[in-house]
Design a protein around this ligand. Structure first.
Ligand SMILES: NC(=O)c1ccc[n+]([C@@H]2O[C@H](COP(=O)([O-])OP(=O)(O)OC[C@H]3O[C@@H](n4cnc5c(N)ncnc54)[C@H](OP(=O)(O)O)[C@@H]3O)[C@@H](O)[C@H]2O)c1
Length: 255
């Protein structure tokens, strides 16, 4: 680490973008700040002594300029239904790795469906959902698999004591719900299934200090896309503490 390489961060002035920028600096990379609001970018660039390159997803040339000379791009701008494909296209043109933090199941599925084949053919690196939801669970399951080549089931339970969503998380959730209708999704028997019934409720015994907690079963998160994308596991299920589900469902939960 400490390579001094430039990394473009799209959505740099959002809540997550700012963490990513800080972490890159901490690790010796030089973030280039990008996103659609030139004023917010300029303010952050001034604050951190970094370069800003404004770009919208509707302007491929501006995205190319944002990625010029970068060793990789990290997309933190959600809803990813709007941002993932144009930023991936720009990364493919620039021949640099693309990572995002998308926790939007439909956008994650789209990224694999539309770009996995092309990435393989072009030798490109495209990594969606490389974050808490989607990334961490995938790494844990991969580590737990060890030398197993397949498994029947994987279960990932999120022990969140609360969940105060940002505006971006709320907007991304709304986009996913629009695309899915009133249905929920789960991954069973090696395929996606839409269901209209209520998800199961149960208790999960988390390690201390949380201990046993009520959880909502089949509270489907991005790991359910990332894990089966590379591991032969036919049933992947994610669970969320009921307290966090109540928070995210309530319109008046603070940001
Ligand atoms: N997988 C995970 O564990 C994980 C972790 C953190 C975040 N996330 C996801 O990351 C996304 C951002 O979350 P956040 O907490 O950082 O939200 P946030 O603070 O609201 O930031 C969202 C950012 O995205 C930008 N943006 C939105 N739509 C855009 C578009 N069409 N073009 C360009 N920029 C756009 C916003 O810019 P404007 O202000 O100009 O709208 C803002 O900079 C959400 O989808 C969230 O669910 C996932």
């Amino acid at each position: 680490m400490g390579s001094g390489q430039t990394v473009a961060v799209f959505g740099a002035y959002g809540h997550t973008g700012r963490f990513v920028v800080a972490e890159l600096v901490e690790r010796g990379f030089v973030p280039v700040l990008s996103g659609r609001d030139a004023d917010q970018l300029k303010a952050l660039a001034h604050e951190r002594g970094l370069e800003a390159r404004a770009a919208t997803v509707h302007d491929p040339e501006a995205l190319e300029r944002a990625l010029a000379g970068a060793a990789a791009v990290i997309n933190c701008a959600g809803p990813f239904a709007s941002t993932a494909a144009p930023v991936i296209e720009a990364a493919l043109r620039a021949k640099v790795p693309y990572l995002d933090v998308a926790a939007e199941i439909e956008a994650n599925i789209d990224t694999f469906a539309h770009f996995a084949g092309r990435a393989r053919r072009e030798g490109a690196v495209i990594v969606p959902a490389m974050a808490f939801f989607g990334g961490l669970g995938d790494l844990l399951i991969t580590a737990a698999m060890g030398d197993w080549t397949e498994a029947d089931e994987a279960h990932i339970a999120y022990g969140l004591s609360s969940w105060h969503p940002t505006a971006g998380t709320r907007r991304s959730g709304a986009v996913s719900r629009e695309r899915r209708g009133e249905r929920r999704m789960r991954y069973v028997g090696g395929r996606w299934e839409y269901r209209a019934d209520a998800p199961p409720t149960m208790e999960w015994d988390f390690p201390a200090p949380m201990g046993p907690q009520p959880v909502i079963g089949e509270f489907t998160m991005a790991d359910v896309v990332t894990v089966p994308s590379h591991l032969p596991i036919s049933d992947v299920t994610t669970y969320m503490t009921a307290a966090a589900v109540r928070d995210i469902a309530a319109p008046d939960t603070p940001a």
